[in-house]
Design a protein around this ligand. Structure first.
Ligand code: UDP
Length: 251
């Protein structure tokens, strides 16, 4: 590593480790090869996943930033390290759904693949101890994680991200079915997109493939034991690399 010295481990999550650096306004995120699903009930080591997600996420953050969406991203270093601005992450998972899939189809009489227009925006409380529950309006208000103004702002930002990513993925033959965002505030109070945007956090279907299982190019391959997880993530990276320059090395 150059340009900064790695400091102590600040936080270890299921897919990433976050380290302090010798600079107060810089954190280093290491993407791990560990895959987890169902609140970590299912676990596996998938060699190469960390590097793929780091690269895909970096390219998507660069695309969003070039389109005017503020993010915590600053650059990459090596294959699996991302440099980011420190952010106070809001403990909310902001999910946007363009087509019905996953938990939505388990909780409502709606078939997988049904288009949702306008896209559905669901908020979940990000806390493993409670298994990330869906939040009603009343519960969201009771938790008081964000003001009503901040909530409007974060929902608008998430919808802007959806519009940009839907278009980007459509251009490379991928349907963005749904995805999860985490947002936070920088030290100077700016709301930014944080965490990662990768096949671990997005559902992506190959538009050229009709078969409901074969078309899956995201973490559902792992969740459903379909195999070919790394190959699918590699295909996503290959296509994204075809249309986005980068990622830039942090200097
Ligand atoms: N998601 C995520 N982290 C979570 C929960 C969901 O990244 O803790 C993503 C998931 O990959 C999908 C979208 O958010 O792209 C919607 O997930 P859903 O609510 O359908 O839950 P799931 O079926 O993953 O349990």
């Amino acid at each position: 590593m150059t340009a900064f010295q790695l400091g102590p481990l600040l936080y270890e999550g299921k897919a990433k480790r976050v380290f302090q650096t010798d600079q107060p306004d810089l954190l280093a995120v290491e993407f791990k090869d560990e895959a987890t699903a169902f609140n970590a009930l299912k676990k596996a080591e998938l060699e190469g996943k960390g590097a793929l997600n780091c690269r895909i996420s970096a390219l998507l953050f660069e695309h969003l930033q070039r389109s005017g969406v503020p993010t915590h991203y600053l650059g990459v270093q090596g294959l699996r390290w991302m440099l980011v601005r420190p952010v106070r992450v809001i403990p909310l998972e902001v999910v946007i759904r363009n087509l019905a899939a996953g938990s939505l189809c388990k909780q409502m009489p709606i078939a997988p693949g049904v288009p949702l227009d306008p896209p559905l925006l669901d908020l979940y409380f990000k806390d493993d101890a409670y298994a990330d529950p869906f939040l009603s309006e009343a519960r969201l208000e009771r938790l008081a994680l964000v003001s009503s103004q901040e909530r409007l702002e974060l929902e608008a930002l998430a919808r802007q991200v959806n519009t940009l990513l839907l278009e980007l993925f459509a251009g490379i033959g991928l349907q963005l079915v749904d995805f999860k965002l985490e947002l936070g505030f920088t030290a100077d109070g700016q709301l930014v997109v944080a965490d990662e945007i990768s096949p671990d956090t997005c559902r992506l279907w190959d538009l050229d493939v009709a078969d409901a299982k074969e078309r899956i190019l995201d973490k559902d391959r792992f969740r459903q034991d379909l195999g070919g997880v790394i190959e699918a993530y590699g295909e996503v990276l290959k296509r994204v690399q075809g249309v986005i320059q980068g990622p830039s090395t942090y200097k």
